[in-house]
Design a protein around this ligand. Structure first.
Ligand code: NAP
Length: 262
């Protein structure tokens, strides 16, 4: 059942220069939405504008860092002034790291929290006054299966995504009376530039995963969840299996992760 159409929706999207965000931007434009998109790489955003053809100037690209409070303010101001408001925020930008916590720096932990947690929560806080006046308003969080199950050598990323899950669960209930949906989608490993952009990670570090989804398919599923107003969606059978196994047999899951993911 479709709860909201994307045609005509005014969307604020983070992390549109590659991977899942690139396909979210192109699919949103194809489905008739108006999009303010951001990420740090200006040249990539230019390519995105060319790729979508920018019909009726429905894509506004603003390069910048979501961890910068001034940039977050600018995103909201631009959406307000140029689109007249916001109906949907998709918090997609994210970074990760691989490697032992003990050997990593405190800066790595803080930077991951700045981008994956504080930028998301504070951008959402700023968007709420506009969302309250929006049409079928919603906030979407691009989370991760690792928001449900911690794995070795990705402790900072798991911690930030777990924190985001707790925050979004609380906010979902706070926002319910005002009709703003909170939609959380958790992809499993996805083919993107994510593992090429790892923070302070030794080139020899490898992320082991089993099966990969394409960024295009993940973006399609995220937009499907938004249309249907889903509460929480874990993508991929492997992701669902990991989450359920972890709930039912946590020690067995620990042993399997130590054997296959460490
Ligand atoms: N790939 C996976 O296996 C996987 C699995 C589960 C969940 N996810 C989640 O999916 C989301 C998208 O990741 P992806 O796989 O599509 O990876 P990706 O190709 O690396 O895309 C990440 C996007 O975030 C942007 N970004 C990163 N830091 C930013 C910052 N400080 N300010 C603004 N933009 C920033 C990047 O653009 P710039 O570099 O140009 O800033 C890029 O557009 C992330 O939240 C990630 O945690 C990914």
């Amino acid at each position: 059942m479709c709860k909201r159409a994307l045609e005509g929706k005014r969307v604020l999207l983070t992390g549109g220069s590659s991977g899942i965000g690139w396909y979210l931007a192109t699919q949103l434009i194809n489905q008739g939405a108006y999009v303010v998109v951001t990420s740090r790489r200006d040249e990539r955003l230019r390519q995105l504008r060319l790729a979508v053809g920018n019909p009726l100037r429905r894509l506004i690209a603003l390069p910048g860092d979501v961890a910068d409070p001034a940039h977050r303010e600018l995103l909201i101001k631009t959406a307000h002034e140029q689109l007249g408001g916001i109906d949907l925020v998709i918090n997609n930008a994210g970074i990760g790291a691989v490697g032992a916590f003990e050997k990593a720096t405190p800066e790595r932990l803080r930077r991951i929290f700045e981008v994956d947690f504080f930028a998301v929560t504070e951008l959402t806080r700023l968007a709420l006054p506009l969302l309250h006046k929006g049409v079928s308003p919603a906030v979407c969080i691009v989370s991760s299966v690792l928001a449900h199950r911690g794995v070795p050598r990705k402790s900072e990323y798991c911690a930030a995504k777990f924190a985001l899950r707790g925050w979004s669960e609380s906010l979902r209930l706070e926002l319910k009376p005002s009709g703003i949906d909170m939609i959380t989608v958790s992809p499993s490993t996805t083919k993107s530039e994510f593992f090429e952009s790892l923070l302070d990670t030794e080139p020899t570090e490898r992320s082991r995963s089993f099966g990969m989804m394409t960024a295009e398919a993940v973006a399609g599923s995220i937009l499907g969840a938004i249309r249907k107003g889903k509460r929480e969606l874990i993508l991929s059978p492997g992701g669902k299996a990991l989450v359920w196994l972890s709930r039912l047999a946590p020690t067995l899951t620990d042993n399997l992760l130590l054997k296959y993911a460490a």
